[in-house]
Design a protein around this ligand. Structure first.
Ligand SMILES: Cc1ncc(COP(=O)(O)O)c(C=O)c1O
Length: 253
C-alpha cells in the first residue's frame, strides 16, 4: 500500500500537483497495490480551490480518509473512509474489534452540526483565519531568520517545514528553544531512520498572529545562538544533552 497526504502535507506543508497524483495512481495500478489517501486538510486551501482527490480518478484503487478534526472539532475525533467495497467490509470489522463502536454522541453531534449549521461558511472563515496566520509566519521568518535557513510555503493546512543552516541540529536545539518559550517538532519525529535532524515542523494553526511573530523572534534568536556555537565547534549535534536526554541542561532558565 502507498500511504500519502497529497494536499497540504503534515509535516511538509506541500501538495502534490495534479500530474504527480496521476503518476502515483498509475504506479499503484501497475504494481496492483492500494493507495491510502489521507486528506484531513483538503478543504483548508488558501486559494479556495479544493484539490481534486486522488480517489476521484481511481475509485477501486484508493481508500480515502476524511476527518472533521480540522474543520469542526478535533476533540470529537470523527472522520470517514471511502473505500472499495471489499476493503470497507474489512474496515468495519477492524473498527468493531478495536473500539466496538466509535462514540455515538460524537457522531450524532457532527451529524446535527452538518444538518443545521452553515459549515461551508465556517470553513471559509477558517481558511481566512489560517491564511492570516500562515502569512504572519512566513513574513516573520523572512524578516528574522538567519541566512541559510529555508522553509516551505504552504498553500493550505497548518504547517511549514523548516530547514536549519548547515551544521545545526533541530533535536539538539529543542531544549534551548523550550527555555526561550518557543516550541516545535524536530524533523526526526517524522522519519523512522533518524533523518530530519536539520529540519523542524512549525505549526501556525493555533496561535494568533502576534504570538506567531513573537515565537519566530524567539526561535530566530535561538538559531542565531546555535549558529555561533556551530561556528565555534563545527556542529551543535551532541553539544547540549547526553544521549537519550531531552530535558534542558541545568544552565537553562
Ligand atoms: C495527516 C493527518 N492524518 C490524520 C490526522 C488525524 O485525524 P483524526 O483526528 O481524524 O484522527 C492528522 C492530524 O493531526 C493528520 O495530520
Amino acid at each position: 500500500m502507498i500511504y500519502t497526504i497529497p494536499s497540504f502535507h503534515n509535516p511538509a506543508g506541500v501538495s502534490q500537483g495534479a500530474q504527480r497524483r496521476l503518476e502515483i495512481l498509475a504506479i499503484a495500478q501497475q504494481a496492483r497495490i492500494l493507495v491510502l489517501e489521507d486528506d484531513p486538510y483538503g478543504l483548508l486551501g488558501f486559494d479556495g480551490e479544493v484539490p481534486r482527490a486522488m480517489r476521484a480518478d481511481d475509485a477501486d484503487g484508493v481508500i480515502y480518509l476524511g476527518s472533521f478534526s480540522k474543520t469542526i472539532a478535533s476533540g470529537l475525533r470523527v472522520g470517514w473512509a471511502v473505500a472499495p467495497h471489499g476493503v470497507r467490509e474489512k474496515l468495519v470489522l477492524a473498527a468493531e474489534s478495536a473500539v466496538l463502536c466509535p462514540s455515538n454522541f460524537a457522531q450524532l453531534t457532527i451529524s446535527e452540526y452538518l444538518a443545521t449549521q452553515p459549515w461551508r461558511q465556517q470553513i471559509k472563515v477558517f481558511r481566512e483565519l489560517y491564511r492570516e496566520r500562515r502569512d504572519a509566519l512566513l513574513d516573520s521568518l523572512q524578516a528574522m531568520m538567519p541566512e541559510g535557513t529555508t522553509w516551505t510555503i504552504p498553500a493550505g493546512g497548518f504547517y511549514s517545514w523548516l530547514t536549519l543552516p548547515n551544521g545545526l541540529d533541530a533535536t539538539a536545539m529543542l531544549p534551548r528553544a523550550i527555555a526561550a518559550l518557543v516550541a516545535y517538532v524536530p524533523g526526526t519525529g517524522f522519519y523512522v531512520d533518524g533523518q530530519g535532524r536539520q529540519n523542524l515542523r512549525l505549526s501556525y494553526c493555533y496561535p494568533e498572529p502576534d504570538r506567531i511573530r513573537e515565537g519566530v523572534r524567539r526561535l530566530a534568536a535561538v538559531v542565531e545562538g546555535e549558529l555561533e556555537l556551530a561556528n565555534t565547534f563545527g556542529t551543535t549535534s551532541g553539544l547540549h544533552a547526553a544521549e537519550g536526554s531531552s530535558v534542558p541542561a541545568p544552565d537553562l532558565r
